[in-house]
Design a protein around this ligand. Structure first.
Ligand code: DLL
Length: 441
């Protein structure tokens, strides 16, 4: 595995120097927003905030948070800081309800974005020798083009296959000698399963895959092990995190140590808050990530509430980088299920399931309201349908899964074992939760 650092000056800076740079950039950002975005100007005025009044990084706490609702309320361009002629790209989130969130990039933003991604893919082990297939959907989603430009920047050979068309993906992988893949963890696993199904015709050693640059949805270490085992041949994957409102992928990513996701701190100032009270938490605490994009010009983001739950470790990493590392995303404060007063994250259930033989990695959580109580059903796919005929074995397996999950969550749940390949597969982000509470009588 390659051990390069793309930008030593920025990724290995002394913390005191980094904080000085962050403070300079924060003050400049406040000034920029004050002059160019009415939304921020009004908020600053109301809260008596000027760049001069920001003396330390923690003074950022006097600025109100920005939320997805603010973006939606100002749809499409209300939070933009530049006239349209200075924009060179627009992306938007899918937005299942209401207005999508729209984001715009100046040329400088695109350069910063590619730089951010270049650092993370290098940290993961990609080089100019890498042939990388991008299996994210190209389009308004930031994942594909974000990784595309960053990977081209480091000189890798990019194969922009986009999402779907699994047979074709596998053919190109074999024929082009593709050695890296960009995908969601669930699609990467699905590709591996599909490759295995065809192993009689095309044995697994036809694939040269060595590196998975995975992201855009959660991937527990257990799921990662499964993905790596299914591909085999020393396949190694890292986790990348980001969101459209903060450019896209490129905010943070794992190095080969895989001990947290390195944050591009010269571009992103992070805080962790209590998502209920909004209070800023002590360093190291677990809570909702709030991010200020220090260098964004098109649509600047100050104290953006990501809704993602994590914690941040400020100790330098063994890889030589001094940038802080965030833990893998534990869940989203708004995806978190509250079941009979208990916070449940899908990732907790995923951890409990993986490692149990005879079940596949696909699962679905169904939440219902029965009377006054919420119930949780965990649907898990069997690998071998013949087990359905052996009641005692089936019951034993069901009980094992039930007990494992119950120990972790502390609440009663129902486990259903379903036939192989009955749960939906996803080429983009997987949807694990089916919340039927709104449909109950
Ligand atoms: O998913 C950007 C991205 C693309 C990141 C490709 C990494 C790789 P959005 O579509 O705006 O942007 O979705 C952002 O996805 O708030 C998280 O809830 C979730 N998410 C993104 N990366 C991860 C990850 C892109 N590595 C939302 N682990 C975020 C867990 C992730 N969740």
């Amino acid at each position: 595995m390659e051990r390069r650092i793309w930008n030593k000056e920025m990724e290995c800076m002394k913390r005191a120097d980094l904080e000085k740079l962050q403070l300079e950039r924060l003050k400049a950002l406040i000034d920029y927003c004050d002059k160019n975005v009415k939304f921020y100007h009004d908020r600053f005025e109301k809260n008596n905030i000027t760049a001069d009044r920001i003396k330390t990084l923690s003074d950022i706490q006097y600025i109100p948070y920005t939320t997805k609702t603010d973006l939606r309320d100002n749809y499409p361009f209300g939070l933009f800081a530049v006239p349209k002629k200075e924009l060179v790209r627009i992306h938007a989130s899918s937005g299942t309800t209401g207005n999508p969130t729209v984001v715009g990039y100046t040329r400088e933003d695109l350069e910063n974005w590619s730089e951010q991604v270049a650092r993370l893919v290098t940290a993961a082990g990609a080089t100019e020798e890498t042939v990388v297939q991008i299996c994210f959907g190209y389009g308004m989603f930031t994942g594909a083009l974000g990784l595309h430009y960053g990977l081209e920047k480091i000189g890798a050979t990019v194969v922009p296959t986009s999402s779907g068309n699994t047979e074709k993906q596998l053919k190109f992988m074999r024929d082009f000698g593709t050695d890296a893949i960009v995908a969601t963890p669930s699609y990467c696993l699905y590709l591996a399963e599909s490759a295995r199904e065809k192993a009689n015709e095309f044995p697994m050693d036809n694939y040269k895959l060595k590196l998975g640059l995975l992201g855009s949805e959660g991937c527990t270490p257990e799921m990662r092990t499964q993905i790596e085992e299914r591909w085999g041949g020393g396949f190694f994957c890292t986790d990348n995190y980001g969101m459209s409102e903060l450019n896209g992928p490129g905010m943070s990513g794992e190095c080969y140590m895989r001990n947290g996701l390195h944050i591009n701190e010269d571009h992103f100032l992070c805080e962790v808050i209590d998502s209920q009270t909004g209070d800023v938490l002590e360093p190291g605490s677990t809570g909702e990530l709030v991010v200020t994009n220090l260098t964004k010009r098109g649509i600047p983001m100050i104290r953006y509430r990501t809704r993602d739950i994590t914690n941040i470790n400020y100790e330098p990493c063994e890889c030589g980088r001094t940038t802080a590392r965030m833990s893998k995303i534990i869940g989203r404060s708004d995806d978190m299920l509250k079941i009979r007063g208990v916070n449940v994250f899908p990732s907790q259930i995923e951890s409990a399931l993986i490692g149990i033989t005879s079940i596949g990695p696909h699962y679905q959580l169904v939440v219902r309201r029965e009377g006054f109580a919420d119930t949780l059903e965990v649907r898990v796919e069997l690998i071998d349908a013949s087990l359905l005929e052996i009641y005692s074995e089936l019951e034993k397996l069901r009980r094992t899964i039930h007990d494992r999950i119950k120990t972790i969550l502390g609440i009663e749940i129902k486990v259903s074992l379903v036939e192989p390949k009955t749960l939906e597969r996803f080429t983009g982000k997987a949807k694990r939760v089916l919340d039927l509470r709104g449909e109950s009588k």
